[in-house]
Ligand binder design. Structure first.
Ligand SMILES: NC(=O)C1=CN([C@@H]2O[C@H](COP(=O)(O)OP(=O)(O)OC[C@H]3O[C@@H](n4cnc5c(N)ncnc54)[C@H](O)[C@@H]3O)[C@@H](O)[C@H]2O)C=CC1
Ligand SMILES: O=C(O)[C@@H]1CCC=N1
Length: 275
């Protein structure tokens, strides 16, 4: 089976590894490079995978090298990857999970002709429920795209998009889980303010999110139709929706997601300028 090396054992690197193992991939087919030794030991003992501090060591024999470090660390990682590739016969497919960083930037830092596929994943891939968008670099072939679609498909759903859509994708699905976590925090606190115990408020709020998500994905009905079915005429839900609209919830989403798009685009622009 294709050997995968993951550089960066942080939150998203761990989510990928955990999701891949849960989907049936063998621990021997995965290797992680993690710069912090203690974190590396934690991952090795939790998942039974090999963890190393050396990028060259992980890259050796791997067909795919996944870059799962912060955008600011991409350059130093790719410098090491390029050094490795120039002295070996391996020509791994490079998969980027880094927000805002373009495939052109990756190609600039890697040996000429290196195949790069950019992915915007999200953390629910930890439990096999990720939502990823993928886009090819200049040298990525249909075979490379199929390989990445299969890898990310093992930990959730995948859509192919144009690279120019990646900043918007980040606003919807990359950062998206945090919006729902924030909503749950607010719902639990509000339930407590209304007199519920915290465990009861928490359990009810979480199951409500899970149930609403299942209805959205399984019923074939739109969010608008499903909301209408909860809103009895002159009832409780209508009172809540009216208040949310008055407080600008819809516009808050629009503004916040436009901020993500702009932030993501700015991260890419700064790096391409070489700043
Ligand atoms: N956290 C999220 O929900 C999402 C994150 N991303 C992207 O994934 C990337 C990683 O994000 P997180 O996992 O949240 O960050 P993180 O900070 O949790 O993990 C990054 C890990 O990389 C390690 N690292 C850095 N330089 C290294 C090197 N040279 N060699 C080996 N290990 C090295 C760090 O020690 C750290 O453990 C970022 O580029 C981010 O934009 C994309 C989508 C969602
Ligand atoms: O907040 C971030 O920059 C990363 C990218 C998408 C989700 N988390």
């Amino acid at each position: 089976m294709t050997r995968i090396a993951v550089v960066g054992g942080g939150r998203i690197g761990e989510a990928l590894v955990s999701g891949l193992l849960a989907s049936g991939r063998q621990a021997r087919d995965l290797v992680v490079t993690e710069r912090f030794e203690a974190r590396g030991r934690e991952l090795a003992s939790e998942y039974g995978i090999r963890v190393t501090q050396s990028i060259a060591d992980a890259a050796e024999g791997a067909a795919v090298l996944v870059v799962a470090v912060k955008p600011n660390d991409v350059e130093s990682v790719l410098t090491e990857v390029a050094e490795y590739q120039e002295t070996s016969d391996d020509d791994q497919l490079i998969v980027s999970l880094a927000a805002g960083t373009t495939t052109a930037r990756f190609e600039q830092l890697l040996p000429a002709g290196t195949a790069v596929v950019r992915v915007m994943p999200n953390t629910p891939m930890l439990v096999g429920q990720g939502a990823s968008a993928i886009t090819p670099g200049r040298h990525a072939t249909a075979v490379h795209m199929d390989l990445v679609e299969e890898m990310m498909g093992a930990v959730g759903m995948v859509r192919r998009v144009k690279e120019s859509s990646m900043d918007a994708v980040t606003a919807v699905s990359g950062s998206g889980p945090a919006y729902f976590f924030l909503a749950i925090e607010a719902m639990v606190d509000s339930g407590v303010a209304l007199g519920l115990t915290r465990p009861v408020a928490r359990d009810l709020a979480i199951q409500t999110l899970v149930g609403a998500g299942a209805m959205l994905s399984e019923s074939g009905e739109t969010a608008t139709e499903l909301r209408a079915a909860v809103m009895s005429p002159g009832g409780t839900t209508a009172a809540a929706i009216r208040q949310f609209e008055k407080d600008g919830l819809r516009s808050a989403f629009f503004e916040a997601m436009a901020m993500v798009r702009d932030r993501s685009a700015a991260m890419g622009a700064v790096k391409e300028d070489g700043a």
